[in-house]
Design a protein around this ligand. Structure first.
Ligand SMILES: *[C@@H]1O[C@H](CO)[C@@H](O)[C@H](O)[C@H]1NC(C)=O
Ligand SMILES: *[C@@H]1O[C@H](CO)[C@@H](O)[C@H](O)[C@H]1NC(C)=O
Ligand SMILES: *[C@@H]1O[C@H](CO)[C@@H](O)[C@H](O)[C@H]1NC(C)=O
Ligand SMILES: *[C@@H]1O[C@H](CO)[C@@H](O)[C@H](O)[C@H]1NC(C)=O
Ligand SMILES: *[C@@H]1O[C@H](CO)[C@@H](O)[C@H](O)[C@H]1NC(C)=O
Length: 350
């Protein structure tokens, strides 16, 4: 009995020694985004623990298990837990999905393009079960009322308009009933602010009776007001040349387009000369009335005394004025008639 008691005592003491003298493991090492199942303070060598990824995370590498070593230490845990992902919820028609990450707990934002209004939530969060907290919103176009019809005009429907509302981006074309003329936008559209662009105006345009031009005449000269787009023609009297457009038109402003001007021809003031005109060298006596037309170019011949040669000097008829080049000397009647081979136009040219 005593022996038994002693043995028991020895056994208990040795057992006690065994437990206290051998090493134990403390709390297991921390792992990012994971925890230990049923964690306790102290683990004995050989005791196994199981790591579990936190909600919203999934195991992507390593092993869940870890065993307390006889030395009382934990091997480095190998488990890796990465956030779960949500799938891209887009595209958002007429809008944008803004995100920097699609991971668990990430928030994405929704915006609509100009002219569209967001119906629904403007953001959404990726949940632990890889679903979004909010569904994709809808971007609905801004609505406008029906476009106004201009007085004395009509609307050509470009995009089909139904009911009492129109939508952002709808367009119409305007037309004025003749003889009214359109002022403003020919095409209108429903704007992002919910208003149509300005309705054009249809106005009557009249131009006053056209006026005469100097040294010319008007064709179909009926002295009355004219409507937009009507045309009048002008002509010039003989020996005058039309400068500008032959036709004028009644414009939107109620003014006529600019009238042409009749420019006078020129009578060459000298009588005795040979000139270069219209590609030919001619004697002035052979030029009827010694007349050239407005803008015509005429060359007179001058003499270079030093080099004893002749050269042409150009001048132009401008609305009745033709300036004789200053180097030109009108010859005497004798030289012109009987000694003409000595004229600058006939001698060797420089
Ligand atoms: C979403 O919007 C919030 C505030 O409105 C902002 O702080 C955040 O940066 C936005 N996120 C993204 C991804 O645009
Ligand atoms: C989302 O809507 C809230 C109000 O509902 C607003 O305060 C917030 O600025 C909006 N965020 C974005 C990114 O538009
Ligand atoms: C348009 O509005 C008028 C009154 O403002 C109403 O009588 C008519 O029924 C509406 N038409 C449609 C198609 O909604
Ligand atoms: C829309 O048109 C109305 C009437 O012409 C005007 O009062 C309002 O300011 C306009 N709205 C915007 C956003 O321009
Ligand atoms: C055109 O008509 C306007 C008035 O309709 C007037 O103010 C303007 O001076 C005119 N322009 C010319 C070039 O005659």
């Amino acid at each position: 009995m005593l022996i038994r008691l002693v043995l028991l005592l020895v056994c208990q003491v040795s057992l006690y020694n065994l437990v206290t003298s051998s090493k134990v493991c403390g709390r297991p090492p921390k792992v990012a985004n994971a925890h230990v199942q049923d964690e306790i303070q102290v683990y004995e060598p050989g005791q196994e623990i199981v790591y579990q990824c936190n909600t919203g995370y999934k195991m992507t590498a390593g092993s869940r298990k870890n065993i307390c070593k006889a030395t009382g230490t934990w091997p480095n845990p190998t488990i890796k837990c990465s956030p779960k992902m949500c799938s891209y919820p887009g595209p958002l028609v007429n809008g944008h999905v803004l995100f920097s990450s699609l991971d668990f707990q990430a928030t994405i934002n929704f915006t609509c393009q100009e002219g569209y209004i967001l119906h629904g939530h403007n953001n959404s969060e990726c949940q632990h079960d890889s679903t979004w907290s909010n569904p994709l919103p809808v971007c609905q176009p801004v609505t406008c009322s029906l476009p106004e019809t201009p007085r004395h005009g009509l609307i050509k429907h470009h995009t089909k308009l139904t009911g009492n509302t129109t939508h952002y981006g709808d367009t119409v074309g305007y037309e004025c009933s003749s003889p009214h003329v359109l002022f403003g936008n020919e095409v209108g559209f429903c704007q992002a602010n919910g208003n149509w662009t300005d309705t054009p105006e249809c106005k009557l345009v009249t131009c006053p009776p056209p006026t005469d031009i100097e040294n010319g005449f008007m064709s179909f000269a009926i002295l009355r007001n004219h409507g937009y787009g009507e045309k009048i023609r002008y002509g010039c009297h003989p020996n005058y040349v039309l400068d500008g457009s032959m036709e004028i038109q009644c414009e939107k402003t109620g003014n006529w387009s600019s009238k042409p001007v009749c420019r006078a021809s020129c009578i060459i003031s000298v009588k005795k000369a040979r000139i270069f005109y219209n590609g030919k060298k001619i004697w002035l006596d052979d030029l009827p009335e010694r007349r050239v037309q407005h803008t015509d170019m005429v060359a007179f011949y001058c003499k270079d005394k030093d080099r004893d040669c002749g050269y042409p000097s150009l001048t132009q008829c401008v609305d009745g004025n033709l300036i004789i080049p200053s180097c030109f000397k009108e010859p005497s009647g004798y030289t012109y008639k009987l000694n003409y081979w000595n004229l600058p136009s006939e001698i060797k040219q420089c």
